[in-house]
Design a protein around this ligand. Sequence first.
Ligand code: AGP
Length: 617
Amino acid sequence: MCGIFGIVTNNQEISVGKVVFDGIKRLEYRGYDSCGIVSLCNSKLYVKKEAGKIDEIYKNVKLDEVPDGTKLALAHTRWATHGTPTKQNSHPHLDCLNKIAVVHNGIIDNFMELRNELSSTGHTFNSDTDTEVIPHLIEDFMKKGFNLKVATINALKKCKGAYAIAVCQVDNPDTIIVARKESPLIIGIEEGKTTYCSSDIPAFLPLTRKCYIMEDNELAVLKAGEVNFFDLKNDNELIKKKIQNIEWNIDAAEKGGYEHFMLKEIYEEPNALRLTMKISEQLLSKFANALLSADNIYITAAGTSYHAALAGKFIITRFLGKHIQDIECSEFETQLKGSLQNNSVIIAISQSGETIDTIEAIRWAKKAKSVKILTITNVVGSSITRYSDHVIVTNAGPEIGVAATKTYSTQVLALALIAVSIAKIRKIISDEDIIKYYDALTGIPNIIDKFLEKNVDLIKYIVNNLEKNMNYFFLARGISIATAKEGGLKLKEVACRFIEGYSAASAKHGPISLVREGFPIIFIAPPDETYNRLVGNVMEFKSRGGRIISVVVESDVKITKLSDITIRIPQPADKYHNLFSPITFMPALQLLAYYAALAHDLDPDKPLNLSKTVTVH
Ligand code: AGP
């Protein structure tokens, strides 16, 4: 949560104000409670900050206008944790003398203690944030004669918690100091000219493809077109890091004619899936063999990634012949303390690779026992990969929309590929069947393409038809419970509706009491082994006045007859395709959520109170 961006340059051609503004705008998905920019010019800091989304702020505060000759600027977009989303609590935060500015992503756990200590020695605070202690600590150390770098190191030694910070100071107009612990930080560089720091790569991708990915406990001194890294754990020793060349196409991180990232990313699903199909056989069999030789298997994640875990668990257990326990990452340690055994395997899923709860779950497990971590992420080099034994990168390309769409489908696909690889190794199904499962997987992108081509009007019609409803059920059985939960989550987060994604069988044990005439129930109904029982559930809800919207395959008859509206997925009604319906059925529900958000005048890319990357507990 929160995004930070910085630039230091000697390139006269560059408009620092525009670059820093564009950079922070690209990070807005990380938080949009407030935004601030500080520029350093003529030994003075110029701060502009305000609460609200960047475009709203820009109407009154021209964030991109900085004094002529500015060579250095920092920016921040905030997802509030400590202190309400106000101008005062917006970053950057300054010291008492207005000489030091800090932007920060993370949480300083012991800030209260530090703040009391600093206040007692005469420091004045202007915000309720944890961050504000950092510039004041640096101020203290600089007063004692330390230079900016050493003062920052000393200040960080006093801070407990997580941070990616960028610091500037008026007497060091050519230097930005950055440091990282548990929050992402990347350094982009145009050698000899310009250096950038950013919470992610796409923010500086239009400017340079060359970057360094910072690791925990590293500090870097950035000058124009030059960077030096230091190891905070090892006497602040100078370290050599490998420069990376980013292959992504910048178009992937921009809207490319779509009104919103969410819509663009739904339409990118077929290609993202095609690319994810290319995961090497070798890597898949590493995952498969690790699962086959494990005594216990857990699968863990948060939010949408957890729903992918539920679907993937179902697919894998079909072929694995062993139980996989799913546990939400935030519950992992609490639930497994005392029972986690050696020779367990944990599948961890995180599109960002930065979700702190997921990282902490696997870190705890690694420390507690001899376990193997198999990770599925979309971000090469993300924090989670450091704690993993094997990593699958899903190749969905950058996902900017806060609501996960294409990363969900590719996560489920990666899990499905592992499942088929297990079936192959175990030889529990015929070669012919293996080919049919592979063919079904290879055919998924075309099914989604076909669906997206023909169904947008139907989805808009359904949205208009349901417009006034505030509450919905998404019901299903078997593997589709994961689909119901994820479809429900999408509508919840972007359209602010209350949705219960639930088992259709369990719904009659309580939730059914909510049903009145016209109450909308969306049934996810692929023709798998649960279908006939689901027909019964549809009737139970219909007979109580429920308005039935069902998602079915094209050839469906029975549930279609019982439904008020059907969404038809153009896929064959066989067991091979049914097993992968969490992927093929999902774009319909994602589109439904997207158009519902528009119908309610909500910005689907910036759902209320959310952030793309959740780096707090
Ligand atoms: C997805 O739409 C959500 N915004 C959220 O639930 C997300 O899936 C969750 O925070 C996990 O993120 P991760 O995959 O990056 O770990």
